[in-house]
Design a protein around this ligand. Structure first.
Ligand code: HEM
Ligand SMILES: *[C@@H]1O[C@H](CO)[C@@H](O)[C@H](O)[C@H]1NC(C)=O
Ligand SMILES: *[C@@H]1O[C@H](CO)[C@@H](O)[C@H](O)[C@H]1NC(C)=O
Length: 522
């Protein structure tokens, strides 16, 4: 008797769990249109974003564009087991960004980025976020980056030297490694300017370019390898559709990943202690991480006892989390943007010509030092090219926000705890928001006071997101991109080559799948 009661309770429990999971993760909620999701992949396989062997082959932005065509501007989307209400109009975005008390940082951020570092600004909300923001945001201000411009140009010059070794006077050789070259460039550049630490990847790349021995292959530095493994782990857990606790253990028991993480922590500690030992005050003043390190708590044990609201400064462990996240945010994003830039301008020699003329017009030669804000400011056409690159090839699908209370957006009720996605990647390519064809790369749409798309809806173009959790590195990123592009345009011209097909590919950011260009030296 007892046994049969027990058995039937277990069966009922299993059925209940099955229906709960089915309801929670695999059912279209309410009346908002959507596609019935599949086990683990959600809608990604149906939309062609993951292939049948679960490999990501396209971007989340592509998934949203496809859904929008069928269901209109508001629909439900499952990215793996994560459910979102997607909003595709600029006025929706405006609503979401403006009410920061209702639409707070998405839980998904904590779930994903939290797996790689629990104590970084990107994953935090409330008073803990404020404490971290106070430590991190000042170091990302534009005026902190301006004195670092000579370091930036120096890194670009190294890359140009590498290209010269590889391609000068060899007309038949096409460069197909733009994405990885851009990543090595940004890794070296960002760790130098942010952490005063030389990664040495460009030097290795140069050595292997110079070597006639084909066995003398390019070796990533230890740190580079570790970063690649760490990013790869991050990539896996963001797209495999497993619940967060399973992913936590997948990474926990992944030896290669854990070793990479240890190495990264080691380097981060080295960066921190090198900075603490720096006695040259001039160097200290321009070193970005110095301002971060200066926020280290003197007495961690005492701070720990305080309420979060009363705490100040960061613990060493938290500082480490920030350094790791900044490494990721600081290189992967800008490297993708540079790759897209090269891909697009290689198809338009006249756009490159116009940038080169703008430099000449402003008296910027190969000898001009670029650490002059007014001078940089004058190159407006180059800004338009940067904006057009970020518009046509958005690096992120949009901004995710979780509701702190029930809300109504455009007549649609969304409950507390649900997550919305303001899909700016869709808006940036939606013909309703643009006068000139948004599928075409036309920097002129922004250039000059009466340019056709200069007065676009201000929420239709938000490559860095918006509201109170807008990209913290926006100014720094724009400055870096500008300096890199100016330097490139002073020395080289990119031309289209067979296989320069672009295509979108979801990594932490969206990258071009295929870039193939010839590089000519001016
Ligand atoms: C072209 C380059 C970049 C693009 C397109 C980009 C884009 C973004 C986007 C879309 C977000 C999310 C915003 C939202 O949820 O509304 C974000 C957040 C963030 N980005 Fe960037 N980013 C870039 C470069 C950088 C760089 C160079 C850094 C650091 C040096 C950086 C640091 C951050 C940080 C710290 C956050 C989190 C802010 C918060 O949660 O409060 N980003 N970025
Ligand atoms: C980290 O650094 C310490 C001392 O600098 C060293 O003994 C240890 O082997 C390093 N660990 C890793 C994983 O590199
Ligand atoms: C580029 O876009 C940003 C953000 O929308 C804007 O503030 C800036 O004025 C734009 N620059 C140009 C030259 O259009």
């Amino acid at each position: 008797m007892i046994l049969s009661v027990l058995l039937s309770s277990i069966v009922i429990l299993i059925i209940a769990i099955y229906f709960y999971i089915k309801w929670k993760y695999y059912t279209v909620h309410g009346t908002i249109p959507g596609l019935e999701p599949e086990f683990l992949s959600g809608n990604l396989r149906q939309l062609g974003v993951v292939s049948s062997n679960r490999e990501l082959i396209d971007s989340y932005g592509y998934a949203c564009e496809k859904m929008q065509k069928v269901y209109g501007d508001i629909f439900q989307l499952w990215i793996g087991i994560n459910h979102y209400y997607v909003f595709c109009r600029p006025d929706h975005a405006q609503e979401i960004y403006t009410h920061r008390n209702i639409f707070d940082l998405a839980k998904i951020r904590t779930k994903t980025f939290g797996l790689i570092s629990e104590h970084a600004l990107v994953t935090l909300i409330g008073p803990e976020y404020k404490r971290h923001a106070k430590a991190v945001l000042p170091m990302l201000k534009k005026n902190k980056f301006i004195p670092q411009i000579p370091i930036m140009t120096n890194c670009v010059d190294k890359l140009i030297t590498i290209w010269k070794e590889r391609y000068e006077n060899k007309d038949n050789i096409i460069c197909t490694c733009i994405v990885s070259d851009s990543q090595q460039l940004m890794l070296d550049m960002f760790t130098l300017i942010a952490f005063d630490y030389d990664f040495g990847n460009l030097n290795n790349l140069l050595k292997s370019a110079k070597s006639s021995d084909s066995n003398d292959k390019f070796e990533l530095s230890d740190l580079g390898k570790a970063l690649a493994i760490w990013l790869n782990g991050f990539q896996r857990v963001t797209v495999n559709g497993m619940p967060a606790f399973i992913n936590y253990y997948l990474l926990k028991f992944d030896k290669i990943y854990q070793n990479a993480l240890k190495l990264l922590e080691n380097y981060s500690y080295k960066i921190i202690s090198k900075c603490q030992q720096e006695t040259d005050l001039n160097r200290k003043a321009i070193n970005l991480v110095a301002s971060l390190v200066s926020t280290l708590q003197e007495d961690e044990a005492a701070e720990m006892l305080k309420h979060e609201e009363d705490k100040t400064g960061l613990t060493k462990h938290e500082l480490l989390g920030e350094v790791l996240f900044l490494l990721l945010a600081g290189y992967e994003t800008t490297a993708s943007a540079i790759s897209w830039f090269i891909h697009f301008v290689s198809k338009y020699p006249e756009i490159q010509q116009k940038m080169k003329e703008e430099l000449k017009h402003n008296g910027i030669t190969k000898e001009t030092s670029l650490d002059d804000d007014d001078l940089l400011h004058k190159c407006e056409y180059i800004d338009c090219v940067i904006n057009e690159t970020l518009r046509i090839a958005p690096l992120a699908v949009g901004s995710f926000r979780t509701l702190t209370k029930d809300a109504i957006i455009d007549g649609v009720k969304v409950r507390q705890g649900e997550t919305v996605l303001a899909a700016f990647s869709v808006m940036q390519r939606d013909p309703r928001n643009w006068k000139l064809d948004p599928t075409q790369f036309i920097p002129e749409r922004f250039y000059g006071i009466d340019a056709p798309d200069r007065n676009h809806h201000s929420f239709a173009f938000l490559p860095f997101g918006g509201g109170h959790r807008v990209c913290a590195g926006q100014e720094a990123a724009r400055l870096e991109l500008k300096v890199i592009i100016i330097r490139l345009m002073q020395f080289v011209t990119f031309t289209d080559a067979p296989g320069n097909n672009g295509g979108r590919y979801q990594r932490v950011t969206v990258m071009p799948k295929e870039v193939a260009v010839s590089i000519k030296f001016d």
